[in-house]
Structure formats: structure tokens, C-alpha cells
Design a protein around this ligand. Structure first.
Ligand code: HEC
Ligand code: HEC
Length: 474
């Protein structure tokens, strides 16, 4: 329970300003001077309180990565926007990580191969499985402080050669960072980029990537390398990026490293109001955002999970977010979250704490986009059990409404809300009541995490790509 008594003395004093000034008979000029003086005093006191909390909690500026070599970035940029990397030649990384959507896709659940259109208007091919989880943005993911990727952290490791990962033995050994490791996986996912057995590509030719056995990741990656190196322009870009590597020595690691380099380069200059504040600028935040930050790092309890420089503890918590089909094999229509990696019952429905930079412009929110307003996502935290039971499916796009896994649909025993609530995180279990004004302040803080550059990232889209296929974007 939060009330004004939790607020600093000066803030309370400010609220009493009107009655105080009313009894003062010093004339208008002096009254307004006092007012200005008081709000400045409040700002000073709040800044002091906030900076103390940040120091105590070890919250520092985003740890920027070394800028990757320009030639690798250029290669990675071409690859990122080129549908040649997908089995049916119809989907690029950018299909789900669009510059115009701050590198998300604006959908609750992404639509991979077979879809039509881009962004929030993209339409699914109803005969194909939907991707099970929301596409996160890919900005500010390149720091060496990141040791996890994906909502369930199934790829993890420290930056540098020698990754630890679930697919440890399978992964190439010469990956440069965790983004490079991540980039290997969408290429192999059938519903995202690879396609189904028997598919033909946009030219009507057989999809050779889809024909490869699911477990033979190396064969899939080798086939992607063959596709890329078939184009003289890619061979030239590869030689510039890796001068010591002959075209026939190119491996999937070079392609993955270049994709990682591009992603590092586009999310490596923190410039949001909050980042300016962390850089020492006391005036970077609006009054509301500063009050919101005090709640976030104080009585709101947000920073127990959205902690540190990344705004994520990189740990897994069950927030009892409504489940939306298709979910994950072998427990479809459910998505077990972290339990898929650990097999531990206590990890059921737990997902990695998402980092929050640019969160205001990267909806829909949560691991499956269950919330289509930022306010809805924030309010869910305040009382997850009630939010789950009273979830409004109307906010989803029509074709996903029926996919919400509800008690009635699961009369056959698939899911009761009780099952999801069983492992709900103790940190959010007890309902937290915030006033309307406090929720507004929290939202103002989250808005202050928006990098102004996200308003127009269209310049990231290359004019053409070496395959000659239509560039995916913006
Ligand atoms: C069909 C949509 C789709 C395509 C195409 C796609 N992604 Fe993603 N991306 C996703 C989804 C969904 C996730 C989250 C999956 C999960 O956590 O299980 C994700 C996660 C990521 C992440 C991890 C972010 C984080 O914080 O964990 C990165 C980085 C990323 N994608 C980059 C890429 C790259 C590079 C490519 C191209 C090789 C690509 N994506 C292609 C949908 C897509
Ligand atoms: C117990 C840890 C925990 C606490 C405390 C917590 N969060 Fe979260 N937050 C998470 C996790 C985990 C998710 C993703 C859950 C999911 O998708 O199933 C999340 C999701 C979010 C999202 C959506 C992000 C996105 O990219 O989809 C926002 C916004 C958010 N939290 C803000 C807050 C705010 C504001 C507070 C404080 C009122 C808060 N969180 C407190 C763990 C936490």
C-alpha cells in the first residue's frame, strides 16, 4: 500500500503549498517566487533520493559494447533485411524486427513464412502454425552484460568464444557474442524462417532448407551458407568483413557474427531521457517521470526484477500472464516458459524479465503480447491473480481471441487459472495498490526510457540486398 507518507518530506510540503501560501500576506510576486522555490526544492530532494536509490541498487548507465567493424555491420545489415535467408525466400529477420516498429513487429504473436504484409497489419496464412511468443525488439542487446537471450533464456553464455548453451555441442565455436548465437535459431525454426517440408519458395522452386531433418542444425546452417555465398555481392561483402577468410571457408558463424555486429551497432548509443539522467543530467526527466522513477526504484517494487543497467535481472518469474495458443511442444496449447529449459516444475510459466528500454514503443507487451496497452501490462503486475481471471480478450486481434487458453476451453483438464497461479512469483503475489496518479507517474517513467532515435529508424533499411529479392522493411 502506497500513500503520501511514503513520499519524502519535501514532497509532502509541496502539497501543502497552497494553504501555506494562502495565509501568507506577502503579495503575489513573493507567493509565486515561493512556489517556484518549493518545486525546485522538491526536485532537488527527489533527485537526491533517486540517486541514492540508484547507487544503493547498483544501477549504472547502459554498458555500451565496443563498436563492431564497419564492414561486418554492412554485411549484417544486408543479411538482416534479405529474405534469401528464409526457406521460402519470403521472410527476413526484419519481418519480425522492423525499423518502423522499433525493431519489433507490432503484433502480439509474430507471423513468419507464408504471411502477407508487414507490421501490425500482417496477415497469417491460416494453414500454418503461428509463432508462439512475442517478438522482442533487438536494441540494446549487444552489451557484454547480457548473458541470456530469448524469453526462456535457452541460449546463454558470456561474450567471447566458447558459449554455454542448451545446444552447446552443436553450436559453432567461433561466435563473437550472444546475439550471434541467437541469430542461428530463427534460421532453423520452421514457422519463422525455414518453412515446412514440401514448401516451394516465392519462385516456385523446392525449399531445400525445409527438406532437411529438424535435428540436423549443421546441415541447415550449411545450406544457408550455400545460399548466401552464391551471390557475388555477398562474397565481396564477406571478403571485406573477413579479409583472411576465403569464400569456401565461410561458415554460418561468419553470417551470425555479422548479424550480431549489425544488431550491436543499431542499439548501442543510449540517448533516452532516462539514459541522460543516468549520465548525470538531473534535468533530463519530467516531474512525473522522476516521481515514476522513485516508485520504480522504491515502493513500486519494480526494480527487484527490472534491475541494474539492463533493467532486467536476467532471471525468470511467473507473472501469471494469460496463456495464448499455440504454446510449445510438448505441452501445447500451453507455454511452459523457463520450465522448457530446466524441466523444473517450479519454473512453469516463468519468463525472463524483459529489459525496458524503448518499452513504450515496442508493444504489444509480455511474452505473448497478451497486453496491447502499456498501462494494461503495468497494471497486471499490481494484482496478477485478478488480472488473469478478469483478462479482456477483446484487446487481441480477432484471430487470437479464441486462442486464449481459458478455464472453460480447458474443461478437458488442460488449464485452470489455478495451474498458472501455482508458481506465481512471491514478489508479485500480494496485490499492490497504487493510486491512479502513481500509475500515471510509472507510465511517464517508462516513456522516458524511449530513445528518440526509435521515432525514425528507416535509414537502417538498405536500398537493395545482394540477392536482388525485395528488401523487407521499413
Ligand atoms: C517470424 C518472426 C521472427 C523472425 C523472422 C526473426 N525473429 Fe527474432 N525473435 C522472434 C521471436 C518470437 C523471438 C522470441 C522467441 C523466444 O524468446 O522464444 C525473437 C527473439 C530474438 C532476439 C532475442 C532478443 C532477446 O532479448 O532475447 C534477437 C536478438 C532476435 N530475435 C534477432 C533475430 C535475427 C538476427 C533474425 C534473423 C536471422 C530474427 N530474429 C528473425 C521472432 C522472429
Ligand atoms: C517479480 C519480478 C517483476 C517485478 C517485481 C516487476 N516485473 Fe515487470 N516483468 C517481469 C516479467 C517476468 C515480465 C514478463 C512476463 C511475461 O511475459 O510472462 C515483465 C514484464 C513487464 C513489462 C512488459 C515488457 C515487455 O517488453 O513486454 C513492463 C512494461 C513491466 N514489466 C514493467 C514493470 C513495472 C512498472 C513494475 C513495477 C510496478 C514491474 N514491471 C515489476 C518481472 C517483474
Amino acid at each position: 500500500m502506497l500513500d503520501t507518507s511514503a513520499r519524502p518530506f519535501f514532497a509532502r510540503l509541496a502539497h501543502r503549498r497552497a494553504p501555506l501560501t494562502a495565509v501568507l500576506v506577502f503579495g503575489l510576486t513573493l507567493v509565486s517566487a515561493l512556489g517556484a522555490c518549493n518545486s525546485e526544492t522538491v526536485a532537488v530532494a527527489e533527485n537526491r533520493e533517486l540517486r541514492t536509490a540508484l547507487v544503493r541498487q547498483g544501477v549504472g548507465p547502459y554498458p555500451v559494447a565496443p563498436q563492431p567493424p564497419a564492414a561486418q555491420v554492412a554485411l549484417g545489415q544486408a543479411l538482416f533485411f534479405d529474405p534469401e535467408l528464409s526457406g521460402n525466400r519470403d521472410v527476413a529477420c526484419a519481418t519480425c524486427h522492423l525499423p518502423s516498429q522499433a525493431t519489433g513487429d507490432g503484433l502480439s504473436l509474430p507471423i513468419g513464412t507464408g504471411g502477407a504484409g508487414l507490421g501490425p497489419d500482417r496477415q497469417a496464412d491460416p494453414t500454418r502454425p503461428r509463432v508462439a511468443r512475442n517478438a522482442p525488439d533487438v536494441l540494446f542487446r549487444g552489451s557484454s552484460a547480457w548473458i541470456t537471450v530469448f524469453w526462456d533464456g535457452r541460449v546463454w553464455g558470456a561474450t567471447g568464444p566458447g558459449y554455454m548453451a542448451t545446444a552447446d555441442a552443436y553450436l559453432p565455436h567461433d561466435l563473437e557474442n550472444i546475439l550471434a548465437a541467437q541469430a542461428l535459431f530463427p534460421l532453423t525454426a520452421r514457422e519463422e524462417m525455414r518453412g515446412q517440408v514440401g514448401d516451394t519458395d516465392v519462385f516456385g522452386r523446392p525449399n531445400e532448407l525445409a527438406a532437411i531433418d529438424d535435428v540436423d542444425l549443421h546441415a541447415i546452417w550449411a545450406a544457408v551458407v550455400d545460399r548466401v555465398t552464391a551471390f557475388p555481392d555477398y562474397r565481396a561483402l564477406l571478403t571485406e568483413a573477413y579479409p583472411a577468410v576465403a569464400p569456401e571457408q565461410v561458415t554460418i558463424a561468419h553470417i551470425a557474427n555479422a548479424l550480431g555486429a549489425f544488431e550491436v551497432s543499431i542499439g548501442n548509443s543510449p540517448a533516452s531521457p532516462w539514459d541522460r539522467y543516468l549520465g548525470g543530467d538531473d534535468d533530463a526527466l519530467t516531474d512525473a517521470a522522476r516521481r515514476g522513477a522513485l516508485l520504480f526504484y522504491g515502493a513500486g517494487g519494480c526494480s527487484s526484477c527490472h534491475s541494474g543497467a539492463l533493467l532486467s535481472d536476467q532471471l525468470y518469474h511467473n507473472l501469471a500472464v494469460p496463456q495464448i495458443a499455440p504454446g510449445k511442444v510438448p505441452v501445447q496449447p500451453l507455454d511452459p516458459g523457463r520450465a522448457m529449459v530446466t524441466g523444473a516444475p517450479e519454473d512453469m510459466f516463468a519468463f525472463r524479465t524483459p529489459p525496458l528500454r524503448n518499452v513504450a514503443v515496442t508493444g504489444p507487451w509480455m511474452h505473448n503480447g497478451a497486453y496491447t496497452t502499456l498501462e494494461g501490462a503495468v497494471r497486471h503486475h499490481l494484482d496478477p491473480a485478478t488480472a488473469l481471471k478478469t483478462y479482456d480478450v477483446e484487446q487481441l486481434s480477432p484471430e487470437l481471441r479464441a486462442a486464449v487458453v481459458t478455464d472453460s476451453a480447458s474443461a478437458g483438464g488442460i488449464l485452470r487459472a489455478a495451474a498458472v497461479l501455482k508458481t506465481v512469483d512471491p514478489l508479485v503475489k500480494a496485490p499492490r495498490s497504487l493510486t491512479e496518479a502513481q500509475v500515471d507517474d510509472l507510465l511517464a517513467f517508462l516513456e522516458a526510457l524511449t530513445d528518440p532515435a526509435t521515432a525514425d529508424l528507416a535509414a537502417l533499411v538498405p536500398e537493395s540486398v545482394p540477392s536482388g529479392l525485395p528488401v523487407v522493411g521499413p
